[in-house]
Design a protein around this ligand. Structure first.
Ligand code: NAP
Ligand code: F7E
Length: 330
């Protein structure tokens, strides 16, 4: 089996490359830029991945990558994925996160691989937006209303619908995973969970004295990225293309994540170490996200192995190991 992953340098790209390689796949990864700073990291950590140059905003590069890799499965993970950044760069976000999906689908179609290449589209709980919370206590599922609250969420909704349109129009196997927040040791430091666990480790080791954050009250449904990429693969093995929600079914505030991370290093009162920075507030906020993964559990047999406390623990431990102060040897 051959797989092409766009977004190979990202959190999910790394977990997925590892999983597919372990399953015996020949793995190809799309990498952008003439000198991508993360190329050497990918080459060092995943030497079995064949890197192909390309950018989801450049249709020709995608056709070339698809033709070179002839994938049985294409996982489209590439995106501008930071919600705050998308408010500052809305046009670029539309091009990459929205229209980039169309470019990927077209590349598969014009390369005449539409009948043989299965496509996974990385859709997101940000499409729900948290406002029209129409299933109190039960969480959003595949039938819930969409009401995105950011340029990122709007761009992803275009990607979601164009993916479904290609499924219906061209009889292509295009599956959309509507994934709620998933985190882990590979999470980018610009996302709140990793920003917190990194700061907690550095504060514990005396390398910084506080962390600046935005809103602490929003609630998210957090899971472990390793469990979620396994769900992506399961969706691609299913007999038919479809939409599936992956979520933990639990929701917690940023403040609860913060308290849990500090607790891991024995700090009960975190308030002296946290300051609010108004520059980190977003023009519109997603108040609460809670997902209902019942369909993925029943149809795919998807299960998550890491719970909330396990997630926080492994992220804090990882960052503690990275920030160990070297002991001087006499
Ligand atoms: P991530 O760590 O931010 O990775 C994004 C990837 O997209 C990076 O490899 C980046 O490569 C690549 N990329 C950006 N612009 C590109 C372009 N123009 N052409 C080609 N590649 C480009 O994201 P992630 O957390 O792994 O998430 C993977 C996907 O799932 C994303 O589409 C995200 O929106 C979606 N998603 C994530 C979550 C979550 O909680 N993690 C939840 C739901 C959906 P560079 O190194 O070149 O920047
Ligand atoms: O923010 C608040 C922030 O940026 C979570 C992406 O993977 O998941 C992710 O999007 C919450 C928000 O993730 C800071 O305002 C407070 O309420 O970690 P985040 P996100 O916006 O939920 C979805 C499912 C995706 O699809 C996205 O690609 O935390 N918050 N203070 C902060 N957030 C950040 N980043 N930094 C802060 O200092």
């Amino acid at each position: 089996m051959r797989a092409l992953i766009t977004g190979i340098t990202g959190q999910d790209g790394g977990h997925l490359a590892e999983l597919l390689h372990a399953k015996g796949y020949q793995v190809f990864g799309l990498i952008r830029g003439q000198n991508n700073a993360r190329r050497h990291l990918v080459e060092a950590e995943f030497p079995y991945v064949t890197l192909l140059e390309g950018d989801v905003t450049d249709p020709t590069s995608l056709v070339q990558a698809v033709e070179a890799s002839q994938p049985d499965e294409l996982y489209n993970l590439a995106a501008i994925s930071h919600v705050g950044y998308s408010f500052r760069n809305p046009s670029l976000t539309a091009e990459v996160t929205g229209k980039g999906v169309l470019n990927v689908l077209e590349a598969v179609r014009v390369a005449h691989l539409g009948n043989t290449t299965k496509v996974y589209q990385a859709s997101t709980s940000e499409m729900f937006g948290g406002l029209d919370y129409n299933r109190p206590g039960r969480g959003y599922n595949e039938s819930s209303l969409f009401h995105p609250r950011s340029p990122y969420g709007v761009a992803k909704l275009y990607g979601h619908w164009i993916a479904k349109n290609y499924r219906e129009s061209y009889d292509m196997f295009v599956t959309c995973g509507i994934l709620f927040n998933h985190e882990g040791e590979r999470r980018g430091a610009e996302f709140v969970t990793r920003k917190i666990t990194r700061a907690v480790a550095r504060i514990k080791n005396g390398l910084q004295d506080h962390v600046e954050l935005g809103d602490l009250w929003p609630k998210r449904d957090w899971g472990y990225a390793g469990d979620y990429v396994h769900g992506m693969w399961q969706m691609m093995q299913h007999g038919e293309p479809d939409d599936f929600v992956l979520a933990s079914g639990e929701t917690r505030s940023v403040e609860q994540f913060l308290a849990s991370a500090f607790e891991q290093v024995g700090i009960d009162d975190w308030t002296p170490f946290v300051r609010q920075n108004p520059a980190l507030l977003r023009p519109a906020q997603v108040d609460i996200l809670l997902g209902d993964p019942a369909k993925a559990e029943e149809v795919l047999g998807w299960r998550r192995e890491v719970d909330f406390t396990g997630l926080v623990k492994r992220m804090v431990n990882h960052d503690l190991a990275l920030t160990q102060v070297p002991v001087a040897v006499a």
